[in-house]
Write a protein that binds this ligand. Structure first.
Ligand SMILES: [Zn+2]
Length: 289
């Protein structure tokens, strides 16, 4: 599911999406088996690592400006080159981040999505005491919820799936609802859309207070459009920001997970071996992922 996150960037540049045949898988951790002869750093076979899938060119205008996630020659392991749904995957040594023994490889695979959430919240900002509306209680939404709460925000979660809302409540959501309409006109300092669904985005925008901030985190279809009042953006000083993947946020996400400050158990619902990969895809399509 997260794999789709990267497709719009490709389309924007007019490059076809992932060049199949390709091994997908960009959220992963594992054990170092072998090092290339010129691998920099002090990694050793046997080290446990999680891998930042980002492949930034380092020399384009965006990279030069420190915004490698907007790289003009953007690539990612599992998206533009073979990824981790395999027994072995070859990655740059500099993309490897050690994980402690206390962290399972399953948890290690959550570092990448958490690093997307870290980057997103750096973009939108969070202040203690703020009230956030979060639309979408999947894995990403539940990670964002926990980060927001750690930043001192109170979170109202909206999702049509009541089982996911129950998890959000367990994780400390101050309120939950199956739609914004159920919130009786409540207003929020900021909203984060994790659904990518235009109706959900419009409802969340309408629920902002004057001076509100809105983060587009979910991946909408490239041709989707939303209805927005330019007068209101002007008159209420609404701030609209986007967030694309990972930017210098991988290590922060690793450290947050390593510290045990992020609950992972409710998010890690299934563990399947590689030869049951098709079954995993079916589970995800069925809403379990
Ligand atoms: Zn670049």
């Amino acid at each position: 599911m997260r794999y789709l996150r990267y497709r719009p960037a490709h389309r924007r540049r007019g490059v076809p999406p992932s060049p199949y045949p390709l091994v997908p898988g960009h959220e992963f951790s594992g054990e170092v088996v072998e090092l290339g002869p010129a691998a920099p750093g002090d990694l050793q076979p046997g080290d446990r690592v999680a891998v930042d899938p980002s492949l930034f060119c380092g020399y384009c205008d965006a990279c030069s400006a420190g915004r490698g996630n907007l790289c003009g020659n953007w690539g990612a392991i599992g998206d533009t080159v073979d990824g981790a749904f395999a027994e072995y995957v070859s990655v740059p040594a500099v993309n490897c981040h050690r994980i402690p023994e206390s962290m399972s490889f399953q948890e290690g695979a959550l570092i990448e999505p958490l690093s997307c959430a870290v980057h997103g919240l750096r973009r939108v900002g969070v202040q203690p005491g703020e009230e956030f509306l979060l639309a979408g209680a999947g894995t990403m939404g539940l990670l964002l919820q926990q980060l927001l709460q750690r930043g001192g925000a109170r979170v109202t979660m909206v999702d049509h799936n009541t089982e996911r809302l129950a998890i959000a409540r367990t994780l400390g959501a101050q309120a939950t609802a199956t739609s914004v309409d159920e919130l009786d006109g409540a207003r929020f300092d900021a909203a984060v859309d994790v659904t990518g669904a235009p109706p959900a985005m419009e409802a969340a925008l309408d629920a902002l207070r004057r001076g509100g901030r809105f983060l587009v985190f979910g991946v909408a279809p490239e041709d989707a459009r939303i209805s927005l009042s330019p007068f209101r953006v002007y008159n209420d000083e609404i701030t609209l920001v986007g967030s694309m993947a990972v930017l210098n946020s991988f290590r922060a996400a690793r450290d947050l997970l390593a510290s045990g400050e992020i609950e992972t158990a409710p998010l890690l619902t299934h563990a399947l071996p590689l030869d049951r990969y098709p079954e995993a895809l079916d589970l995800m399509r069925g809403g379990a992922g």
